[in-house]
Structure formats: C-alpha cells, structure tokens
Write a protein that binds this ligand. Structure first.
Ligand SMILES: Cc1cc2nc3c(=O)[nH]c(=O)nc-3n(C[C@H](O)[C@H](O)[C@H](O)COP(=O)(O)O)c2cc1C
Length: 153
C-alpha cells in the first residue's frame, strides 16, 4: 500500500470543500493500493509526514501568504522530518479571494527545503468554490493517488 496525506487549513470552509473533493478523488474505487489520510493542518504532525508517500497541501491565501494554520504545520514538522523524507511528491491547492500567488510562492519556497517534489500543477480556486473547482480538486486527488499507485511519482 502507498500512503497519501492530505492536509489543509480552512477558516470559512472553502479550502475544506476543496480538500474533501481532493480526498474523494484520491479514494476513487479504481485506486485500490493507496490509503488516504485527510487531516486538518492542526491535527497533522511529523508522524503523518513520515507515514506519507505523497502529499497534498491545501490552504487559503491570507494576507498574500499561506494561512497561519498551514504555516504552523510546516513550522512544527520541518526539523522533526529533516533528513528523513526524500523528495516526497506533492501538490498544492489554494482557495483565494482574488489572487493566490503569494500563498503558492510561499509554500513552494518552503517545500524546497524539506525537500518536497511538486508533481502536479497547483489548483488555485479564486472566489466562491464552484462545481468546476470541485471537479478539478477531485481530479488532482485522483491523479496524485493514481500516480503513486502506478509508481510514476
Ligand atoms: C484574514 C484574511 C486575509 C485574506 N487575504 C487574502 C489575500 O491576500 N488574497 C486573496 O486572494 N484572498 C484573501 N483572503 C480571502 C480568502 O483567501 C478566501 O476567502 C478563501 O476562500 C478563504 O478560504 P477558507 O474558507 O478555506 O478559509 C483573505 C481572507 C481572510 C479572512
């Protein structure tokens, strides 16, 4: 079994909706050999990262950056996993009012240090979460899980 960790922060529920869609896609019935763990960033820690073969990080953009909750997760886990994860495949999903680029840049910069390897284009859902965003989120989750199962990432 491969292990996929989805961890996200959400204040008003938009990123949570995306995370649930990502999780649904990753748990598709045709993907049999991937176990999915979907946790709020506050509930996730170093052990979850060490468990994971792949990672999806979800955050709202707050003040041109990732949310405090996602930053806290990265702050808490960086040193405990340092040297113990090798190029973990990952992708990013973001909910933003009108931009999202600041959150994306910030996560990418920190992810380089873990090191994480970005294996899919990020999903940036701007404005209200739409059915299209949810479909894109589902596809992102499915792609990560299918790629892990197939040994592509
Ligand atoms: C304190 C705060 C700061 C925000 N700053 C930004 C921002 O810099 N850029 C942006 O596009 N949206 C910004 N937004 C809007 C949120 O990114 C947007 O509402 C998002 O959907 C919230 O996701 P959530 O429901 O998962 O918390 C901000 C919202 C809050 C509450």
């Amino acid at each position: 079994m491969k292990h996929l960790l989805i961890t996200y922060h959400s204040q008003s529920g938009n990123t949570r909706q995306l995370a649930e869609a990502v999780s649904k896609g990753a748990s598709h019935e045709l993907i049999e050999a991937v176990e999915v763990r979907c946790l709020m960033a506050a509930q996730a820690g170093p052990d979850d990262l060490l468990w994971a073969d792949g990672l999806l990080l979800g955050t709202p953009e707050n003040f041109g950056y990732m949310s405090g909750g996602m930053k806290d997760f990265l702050d808490r886990t960086f040193y405990p996993v340092e040297g113990k994860i090798l190029s973990l495949p990952y992708a990013i999903f973001i909910s933003a009012g009108n931009d999202g680029s600041g959150a994306l840049r910030a996560i990418r910069r920190i992810a380089n240090g873990y090191p994480l390897k970005e294996v899919q284009e990020p999903l940036i859902a701007v404005g209200e979460v739409t059915a299209t965003h949810l479909q894109q989120a589902e596809e992102l989750g499915m792609t990560l899980a299918a790629g892990l199962e197939a040994g592509i990432f």
